[in-house]
Design a protein around this ligand. Structure first.
Ligand code: AMP
Ligand code: MG
Length: 639
């Protein structure tokens, strides 16, 4: 039976309900959706082919080289029958079995059961049917046919061609012209398809997000269709991989770069036991043993300087004047800081009981770093202390990841560049400057592509140029559902881009995906247009993803929060994450306290310049009372 059947995965749709993303390529349970369908279908048939109308190379990559990926013969996304037509043309076996690319749970006995029904009923086509609960409460279950899960004779191609030639496009309509056998499957869940990003999210097993459990008031949540920020961050993180190329640079040039290899210490640091203080190196056994003991006076037999050791072994009753960093003289195990001496004479030092303990103020060889140990792990961003540490090992060059190239541009007909006159209804393009600043801070090579008008040709040209030029593209504006913006259409055309409506404020819309031009590809972050929303979405989504691309270790890529006490009540609706601008300072009691910076509108950039932190109010959280602790993200760290 198996050898008579070719499998066809239908992936040629527009994915309209998923915000025009290419559904089959969406990440799902550590693979793409199409890979899950393939895994379930392949064992049931002789060969599998995929029908896709966009992103054919990505489908090929997801499916493997021996799977044929083919577009419709008809142009213009004419629906599943057009895909079926292409499949039948390709099919070299007697029968063709179809399954859609968004049905990762399809039954393992699909082919077997449809085949049996086709044979028994002498039918042209066998289709799966399940019983579904009626949408209306209390309604009786009804039969639900699944026309895209069908097994049909390859000889039906001429009939299908004729049906399509009439202009008809509906699968159910075509089935009416055939002898159809229906096969009842008990497991309705196996035919479930994933139509929206919400569905995608719901079916992910590791669903526990870090958002606290929704409170009772969650019924008033801001927008039940919006994607929680944690989920979006996770979907992005899954797809991003670090750039592979590395370069070896002089130590100083590695500042702010990402370490590509572990640095193994070739030596012990310090290399020898030495003194932590200026004072007197002595034998601990010579110290006055208990409270009743009289002070002891030790004879000074020499001086040990840093870089000029005293090499003679001290005998009981002797000590050596020693400077910080000087090697411990042989026989000595403790250092008395000079200010703790009871008396210092010409040739002797007097020490009272309890001045120091035996072993005090001695630094051991290798106590900072042991020879052969990992001094710095790859994935670390080199900070000033790291430069010093590497230098302390005698290492002059380090291997770092190559710099990330990031192109950025602003979209919008209303935007004017600096130096231009501000016509009525126009605004100066500020986003390009904030983006420049944020990207430059990350240590990216930036490619400023200016302002791109809301014009399809200009946008397409800009995105194609950016693909050639950069690893990632950051745009602002045009990703909301505004009518005058062509950005979404063009982004969708050039690649596999998801348009999300996020459960956050500020910054609801976000586009993320890969855009391609010929052999070049780049990750695209389509940020919203409002100036504060741009910054917040950059920090929350683009920054962690760019850091991952730069090779930064996972634990260091996510924004770090600390806690502070809110000085005032903060209003907030559950069901979305809010990022409010705050000013944090240390209170009289030494505790961090945070207040908001007044107007919080997503266009009010002065709220950002005034702030020194962002107050993060989690997805499930309702308002905060004055005096409650909140999470904050600091803008500036010390290093
Ligand atoms: P959009 O998402 O394109 O509808 O833009 C939303 C809002 O952000 C509009 O009020 C735009 O004028 C504004 N905006 C978009 N891009 C920029 C920019 N580069 N600089 C300043 N404001 C902008
Ligand atoms: Mg716009």
């Amino acid at each position: 039976m198996k050898s008579k059947i070719t499998g066809l995965i239908l992936a040629g749709g527009r994915g309209t309900r998923m915000g025009r993303v290419d559904k089959g390529l969406q990440p799902f349970r550590n693979a793409t959706m199409v890979a899950h369908v393939l895994r379930r279908l392949a064992p049931q048939v002789d060969t599998v082919a995929i029908n896709a109308n966009r992103n054919l190379p990505q489908y090929q990559a997801a499916a493997g080289a021996d799977i044929v990926v083919m577009p419709d013969q008809m142009s213009g996304f004419e629906g599943p029958l057009a895909g079926l037509q292409a499949g039948l043309q390709y099919c070299a076996t007697e029968l063709l079995l179809t399954a859609p690319c968004d049905s990762p749970f399809l039954p393992a006995d699909l082919a077997e059961r449809l085949y049996a029904a086709l044979e028994d009923g002498d039918a042209d086509l066998a289709v799966a049917v399940t019983m579904e609960a009626d949408d209306e409460e209390g309604g009786a279950p009804r039969r639900q046919p699944h026309p895209v899960f069908s097994l049909l004779k390859a000889s039906l191609l001429p009939q299908l061609d004729a049906y399509l030639a009439t202009g008809a496009r509906r699968m159910e309509g075509w089935h009416k012209t055939l002898r159809v056998a229906e096969v009842m499957f008990d497991d309705a869940a196996a035919f479930r398809n994933i139509n929206t990003l919400e569905d995608l999210k719901r079916h992910e097993p590791e669903q526990t997000t870090s958002a606290p459990a929704a409170p009772a008031s969650a019924g008033m949540s801001a927008d039940p269709d919006a994607l929680p920020v944690d989920e979006a961050a996770r979907l992005i993180a899954r797809r991003i991989t670090p750039v592979a190329a590395t370069e070896t640079v002089a130590l100083c040039a590695s500042l702010d770069r990402v370490l590509a290899e572990d640095i193994i210490s070739p030596i012990n640091v310090p290399a020898y036991d030495n003194s932590a203080m200026d004072g007197y190196a002595l034998r601990g056994a010579d110290l006055p043993p208990d409270a009743g003991s009289a002070p002891v006076t030790l004879k000074i037999i020499g001086v040990a300087y840093a870089g000029r050791p005293f090499t003679r072994t001290t005998a009981p009753g002797e000590c050596v004047r020693i400077m910080t960093g000087a090697a411990m003289p042989p026989g000595c195990d403790s250092v008395l800081p000079q200010e703790l001496a009871a008396a210092i004479g010409e040739s002797g030092v007097t020490i009272a009981h309890g001045a120091i303990r035996a072993g005090a103020n001695r630094r051991f060889a290798g106590e900072d770093l042991k020879a052969g140990g990992i001094a710095l792990a790859q994935g670390k961003i080199m900070r000033p202390a790291d430069l010093g540490l590497v230098a302390s090992l005698g290492i002059a060059e380090v291997t770092v990841r190559r710099r990330l190239r990031v192109a950025f541009f602003s979209t919008g007909d209303e935007l004017r560049s600096l130096g231009e006159t501000l016509d009525t209804g126009c605004v100066y393009d500020s986003n390009r400057y904030t983006l420049f600043g944020m990207l430059a801070r990350l240590g990216c090579e930036v490619v400023d592509m200016g302002i791109v008008r809301d014009d399809p040709t200009a946008l397409e040209a800009a995105l194609r140029a950016a693909c050639r030029d950069a690893d990632a593209i950051v745009t602002s504006g045009g990703v909301s559902e505004g009518a005058a913006d062509y950005t979404r259409d063009i982004m969708a055309l050039l690649g596999d881009v998801a348009f999300w409506k996020l459960a956050m404020r500020p910054g609801r819309p976000l586009a993320f995906g890969q855009v391609r031009s010929g052999d070049d590809a780049a990750w695209l972050f389509g940020l919203p247009g409002n100036p504060v929303a741009v910054m917040v979405s950059f920090y929350m989504f683009a920054r962690p993803a760019l850091l991952r691309m730069m090779g930064v270790a996972e634990a260091l890529a996510a924004p770090r929060t600390v806690r502070a006490r809110a000085t005032e009540a903060i209003r907030k609706r559950p069901g979305r994450t809010e990022y409010q601008r705050g000013v944090v300072a240390t209170g009289a009691d030494g505790e961090a306290r945070v207040r908001l910076t007044g107007a919080q509108g997503s266009g009010i950039l002065s709220s950002m310049t005034e702030a020194n932190c962002i107050v993060v109010l989690g997805h499930g959280q309702a308002g905060v009372a004055a005096g409650e602790m909140v999470d904050i993200i600091l803008f500036d760290g010390l290093i």
